[in-house]
Ligand binder design. Structure first.
Ligand SMILES: [Zn+2]
Length: 472
């Protein structure tokens, strides 16, 4: 079998430019790019006429095979990454979640084992699910030897993942010393627990209690606090799944005083509003239960402005799928509904539809938001997130004229629910290559378990060479 694949006739798009050129992939990397490159006779040729050829997507926020709420998310690393590749995503960063007291290195070993079946490349963030000497000691090994250079913290989930500010400051300082990036789930867990209790007393136990207990101000307060904690510790901060105008404003203010703060948002937050929780159909309302929740529609306009201004620079999915049956664990009490929605396979097409097809974003901005910025922030650049000779041949080909309708019945992610059920997108991903391997070919999935490789990431900071793109 030839190890060469050529992509001919398409329009190449990076985060900086767009041009007509062909690409030759050899041994998993991009070997040549140009208008008239030599294509070996034995090469497999993909005709990309009329299509955009882009860096494969990077989804830096997924949860596969995660135990949660007395169950386990519906997607394992095989089904989740198969869904991803069919939607043009070629790298995921998943969260390793140690149980309380579990050594993070043990949890990493468990995640490495689960992820061995991944069909696309993957890296890990570590959730700081508890704090103590052992955790602190093992962070050194994680950063220096294991390539885990980002750590996620929670200001939400009182009695669970939530850490007190003092522990967060200590851990943030450790991140700074090691050259690691801090990530935050920013919602005020005390306010949420307080409101949940009030709603319970009033007998509001149906899914709308979920959104009533997680008001926008709880996210805004926690975002402001997370930024202050990060500034105090001198660590760069990445706020995951920003869903409100107030949180986006907090990030914008921090950036304007040159604080190193990055913001991520989800295509779901740009396209779905909180009316879903009013549905009389439990499965419909519960299917949208995630944290933070979908917000009143006016927040979407603020999120778009923040994207246009570069305040929010990354899109992810927070892919965390459950079936209708699993969501019914919370039939009698909304606090027991497993939190999370899917979409790892839909992110690129939905964002194209909302952003590029509507005229809000250029294709270059689309690439920045779906791969290039994440590659830079998470130290995957320049192997990932760009189309350049020597880069990994992770490539997504999008046909702007081939639409499809999203239906749970057709999806690859392992659930019977889609937050975008029935939504029409005007463009679709027609081919995806992962390190030169043609895994998604015009509707045919050729993804073998285990093709994906673990990507160890470099630490940040002067000792390791400051990343010129982010200053980290
Ligand atoms: Zn998440």
């Amino acid at each position: 079998m030839s190890r060469d694949t050529a992509i001919r006739g398409g329009i190449l798009v990076t985060d900086k430019e767009r041009r007509r050129a062909d690409i030759l992939c050899h041994d998993g990397r991009i070997a040549a790019i140009g208008a008239d490159i030599d294509i070996p006779a034995a090469a497999t040729v993909i005709d990309a006429g009329g299509c955009f050829v882009m860096p494969g997507g990077i989804d830096p926020h997924t949860h596969l095979e995660l135990p949660m709420a007395g169950t386990r998310v519906a997607d394992d690393f095989l089904s989740g990454t198969r869904a991803a590749v069919a939607g043009g995503t070629t790298t995921i960063l998943d969260f390793v979640g140690p149980a309380r007291g579990e050594p993070p290195l043990d949890a990493l070993a468990a995640w490495r084992e689960k992820a061995a079946r991944s069909v696309i490349d993957y890296g890990f963030h570590m959730t700081v699910s508890w704090w103590g000497d052992l955790f602190e000691r093992q962070m050194t090994t994680l950063v220096r030897d294991e390539g885990v250079t980002s750590f996620k913290f929670f200001l939400a989930y009182k009695g669970g993942l939530m850490l007190p500010d003092a522990d967060i400051l200590a851990a943030f300082e450790r991140c700074r010393d090691l050259g690691a990036l801090a990530q935050m789930h920013a919602e005020n867990g005390e306010i949420i627990a307080f409101l949940q209790e009030k709603l319970r007393t009033k007998g509001i136990l149906e899914p709308r209690g979920h959104v009533l207990s997680r008001p926008p101000y709880a996210e805004e307060e926690a975002s402001v606090r997370a930024i202050a904690l990060a500034e105090a510790a001198g660590v760069p901060l990445y706020i995951v799944h920003v869903s409100t105008a107030g949180a986006a404003d907090a990030i914008a203010r921090a950036q304007s005083r040159k604080a190193r703060v990055f913001g991520e948002t989800l295509p779901g937050f740009l396209s779905i509003d909180d009316r879903v929780y009013g549905s009389p159909d439990f499965d419909m309302a519960a299917g949208h239960v995630m944290s933070p929740p979908f917000r009143p529609a006016e927040h979407q306009r603020a999120l778009w402005r923040a994207i246009e201004d570069g305040v929010l620079s990354v899109t992810a999915t927070d892919h965390c799928c459950f079936t209708r049956e699993q969501k019914r664990l919370g039939r009698e009490d909304f606090t027991l509904i497993p939190n999370g929605c899917g979409g790892v396979g839909d992110r690129m097409e939905i964002l194209w539809e909302l952003g590029v097809a509507s005229g809000r974003l250029t294709p270059e901005q689309f690439v920045a938001l779906t791969s290039a910025n994440a590659a830079r922030i998470f130290n995957l650049w320049p192997a990932k997130g760009c189309l350049a000779v020597g880069a990994d041949a992770d490539i997504a080909i999008l046909d702007p004229a081939r639409g499809r309708t999203i239906r749970a019945a057709d999806q690859i992610q392992n659930t019977d629910f889609s937050i975008w059920e029935g939504r029409r997108v005007s463009a679709s991903i027609v081919h995806t290559l992962s390190r030169g391997r043609h895994l998604w070919a015009d509707g045919e999935l050729r993804a073998d378990p285990g093709h994906g490789r673990y990507v160890a990431r470099r630490p940040y900071g002067p000792a390791y060479g400051v990343n010129p793109h982010t200053g980290l």
